[in-house]
Design a protein around this ligand. Structure first.
Ligand code: GLC
Ligand code: CA
Length: 563
C-alpha cells in the first residue's frame, strides 16, 4: 500500500506536550494523604502556566490498589479515594474550558482478580465467563510453562477451587484477559465507547503489546529463575489484528490521541503499532533507551547509561520512524526512576540539559509530574519505606533465594525503584511539600524545602521556567515547524558525553549540543555543518556563542538556529 503520510502531516498531538499525572501523588484535596481528582482540578492553573494542553492520567478507576490502580475492579467507576464520577466530570469540564485534553489510562491486558468478570470466571469450570481469562491444567503437577511474572514469581497461580492455573503476567491480583475470546473484545470496546461518549480525549494503553500470547504458550529462555513472560506475551501473533479491530470499532469514530505502552517493541513492530495510515495507534512507547542500564537478569543494577549507547539507540528510533510513524519522547514516567538522578547529578543544571536533549527530537515529548521541577530520586532507607509491589516482591524473592545480598540489592532498589517517581509532588516548602495536610501514603522527598513549585515559579532561572520555555518554543510559529517536524541527524556519535544533533526543515537548521557530564568538555562542530549566522534559540548558559571549537561547561545545553 502506498504511504500517503509524511511526518509533515500536521496533527495537534504532535505539536503539543503531554503531561503525565500519577493521581495518588499529585495533590490531596481532603487531607487523607492520598492525591485525588479535586486536587488535580485545583492545579490545572499550574499546568496551564507550564503550557500543557494534554494530560494523561494514570488509572483513576475502582481498584483494590495492589498495583496502585493498574489492577481495575470496575472500569466504569472511580476509585473511592480519588473521588466520584461527578468529580471526574467536573475535572474534564474544567480542563476542556482551559483547552486541556484528558487522556485516560486503559488497562486491558488484565483486570483485578476482584473484577466481577474474574470472580465469575473462577467460580466454576463451566461458568460463561471462564474463557474471559487464561486457564490451563497443571502439567505433571506443575505450572503449565516456565513464564515468570513481571513482579517476581511464576506467571501462573493455582486456583484451589477449580483445580487449574490462571495466567498473570503481573501480580497474581492481575489475571490476564483472554483477548482471543471475541466476547472479551466486545466488553472492552463497549467500555471504551462509554468513556469516549463521556468526552475524554484519548487513551494511553497499558501493556498493550502483551494482549496476544504466543501460540501454545511455549516455554521460553530463562533469565534468573524464570523466563520473563514478556518473551511469550509481547508482540504476539494477533496483536495488530486486535488493535485494528479496536480502531475500526472505537477509535476511528472519535477525535482521540492514542499511545500504547508497547514493551518489547522493535522498530519494525512500532511501524505497525503507530503506522502513519492510522489503522492502529498514534504512538508506541519503546523502552530500549531506559533499559540500557539493565543487568543480565533485569533492572536491579547500578550500571550507568552509556551516552554513546543512548545516542545510538535514540538515533535509530529517530531515523527509522521519520515519515512512517511517530515517536513518543520520554525519560520519565511512573515506572522509571527520576532521570535527573540517573543521567544527571540531581542539579537543576543537569535537569535542563537532559530536557533539551529530549524536547528537540522529532516526536511528542512527555513530561512526568515533578520532572519539570527537577525532582530527584528519594533517599529511601529500609524496605519498609517502599510501597511498590515490584520492588517489595523483588527484594523478597532475590534475597530469600539467596541470589542477592540484602544491602547490595537494597542499594539497587533505591536507585531503580518505581517509588522514586511516586513520592508526592513538591508544591511548596510547607509540611509535606504542600501535597497534603494529612499523613502522606508514601514518604515525601526531604529535598522539597529547596525543590518545589512555589520556589521555582518565583525564580526565572528555575527548571520549571526552562521547561515552560521548551514547551512554548514548540508552539512558537517561528520554530514550531522545525522543532516538531524537522528531520533529525546525529553528530559525533562516538563522543563520550556530548549529545549533539541537527534538525532540518524549510532551510532552517537547528543545532542542538548538550554536554551530558559534570565535567567541562570540548566539542568540534563537524565540518559539514556550515553557517553564516547562528541565532541562539535556547540553552542553560547565558550568551553562549557558536564557534567551530566549542568549550562546553558541565551540563551545558545550547540550541542555535543556523542560516
Ligand atoms: C504497566 C504500567 C505499570 C503497571 C503494569 C501492570 O507497565 O505502566 O505501572 O504496574 O503495567 O499494569
Ligand atoms: Ca485525598
Amino acid at each position: 500500500m502506498k504511504r500517503s503520510f509524511e511526518s509533515a502531516v500536521r496533527q495537534q498531538w504532535k505539536e503539543n506536550v503531554v503531561y503525565q499525572i500519577y493521581p495518588r501523588s499529585f495533590c490531596d484535596s481532603n487531607g487523607d494523604g492520598v492525591g485525588d481528582l479535586n486536587g488535580i482540578r485545583s492545579r490545572l492553573g499550574y499546568l496551564k502556566e507550564l503550557g500543557i494542553h494534554i494530560l494523561w492520567l494514570s488509572p483513576i478507576y475502582k481498584s483494590p490498589n495492589y498495583d496502585n490502580g493498574y489492577d481495575i475492579s470496575d472500569y466504569q467507576a472511580i476509585m473511592g479515594e480519588f473521588g466520584t464520577m461527578e468529580d471526574f466530570d467536573a475535572l474534564l469540564e474544567e480542563a476542556h474550558r482551559l483547552d486541556i485534553k484528558i487522556i485516560m489510562d486503559l488497562v486491558v491486558n488484565h483486570t483485578s482478580d476482584e473484577h466481577r468478570w474474574f470472580v465469575e470466571s473462577r467460580s466454576s469450570r463451566d461458568n460463561d465467563k471462564r474463557d474471559y481469562y487464561i486457564w490451563r491444567e497443571a502439567v505433571d503437577g506443575h505450572e503449565p510453562n516456565n513464564w515468570g511474572s513481571c513482579f517476581s514469581g511464576s506467571a501462573w497461580e493455582w486456583d484451589e477451587n477449580t483445580g487449574m492455573y490462571y495466567l498473570h503476567c503481573f501480580s497474581k491480583k492481575q489475571p490476564d484477559l483472554n483477548w482471543e475470546n471475541p466476547k472479551v473484545r466486545d466488553e472492552v470496546f463497549d467500555m471504551m465507547t462509554w468513556w469516549c461518549e463521556k468526552g475524554i480525549d484519548g487513551f494511553r494503553m497499558d501493556a498493550i503489546s502483551m494482549i496476544s500470547k504466543k501460540e501454545g504458550l511455549p516455554d521460553g529462555p530463562t533469565e534468573g529463575l524464570y523466563s520473563p513472560c514478556t518473551y511469550g506475551a509481547c508482540n504476539g501473533p494477533h496483536v495488530h489484528e486486535y488493535l485494528q479491530e479496536m480502531n475500526r470499532r472505537v477509535l476511528s469514530k472519535y477525535d482521540l490521541m492514542t499511545v500504547g505502552e508497547t514493551g518489547g517493541v522493535t522498530v519494525e513492530e512500532a511501524k505497525k503499532y503507530a503506522n502513519a495510515e492510522g489503522t492502529e495507534l498514534n504512538m508506541a512507547f519503546q523502552f530500549e533507551h531506559v533499559e540500557l542500564d539493565d543487568g543480565p537478569d533485569g533492572k536491579w543494577y547500578l550500571n550507568p547509561i552509556s551516552i554513546p549507547a543512548l545516542k545510538k539507540n535514540l538515533t535509530k528510533w529517530q531515523k527509522e520512524l521519520d515519515g512512517v510513524a511517530w515517536n513518543p519522547l520520554f525519560f520519565c514516567n511512573h515506572d522509571q526512576p527520576r532521570v535527573v538522578s540517573r543521567l544527571g547529578d540531581n542539579s537543576p543544571h543537569s535537569a535542563k540539559c537532559i530536557a533539551t536533549v529530549l524536547h528537540f527530537m522529532q516526536g511528542t515529548p512527555y513530561v512526568y509530574q515533578g520532572e519539570e521541577l527537577g525532582m530527584t530520586n528519594c533517599p529511601f532507607g529500609s524496605i519498609e519505606d517502599y510501597r511498590d509491589i515490584e520492588s517489595i516482591n523483588a527484594y523478597r524473592e532475590l534475597t530469600e533465594t539467596g541470589l542477592r545480598e540484602r544491602s547490595e540489592l537494597l542499594g539497587c532498589i533505591a536507585y531503580k525503584s518505581r517509588d522514586n517517581a511516586r513520592t508526592p509532588m513538591q508544591w511548596d516548602d510547607s509540611p509535606n511539600a504542600g501535597f497534603t495536610t494529612g499523613r502522606p501514603w508514601i514518604m515525601v522527598n526531604p529535598n522539597y524545602t529547596t525543590i518545589n513549585a512555589a520556589a521555582e515559579l518565583a525564580d526565572p532561572d528555575s527548571v520549571f521556567h526552562y521547561y515552560r520555555t521548551l514547551i512554548a518554543l514548540r508552539q512558537d510559529s517561528k520554530w514550531s515547524d522545525v522543532i516538531v517536524y524537522g528531520h533529525y541527524d546525529l553528530l559525533a556519535p562516538e563522543h563520550e558525553t556530548v549529545f549533539a544533533y541537527t534538525r532540518q526543515k524549510n532551510g532552517i537548521t537547528l543545532l542542538v549540543v548538550c554536554n551530558l557530564s559534570a565535567r567541562a568538555q570540548t566539542f568540534s562542530v563537524p565540518k559539514n555543518i556550515r553557517w553564516n549566522s547562528a541565532e541562539p534559540v535556547t540553552g542553560n548558559v547565558p550568551r553562549a556563542e557558536l564557534t567551530r571549537e566549542l568549550a562546553l561547561a558541565p551540563w551545558q545545553a545550547a540550541v542555535w538556529a543556523l542560516t
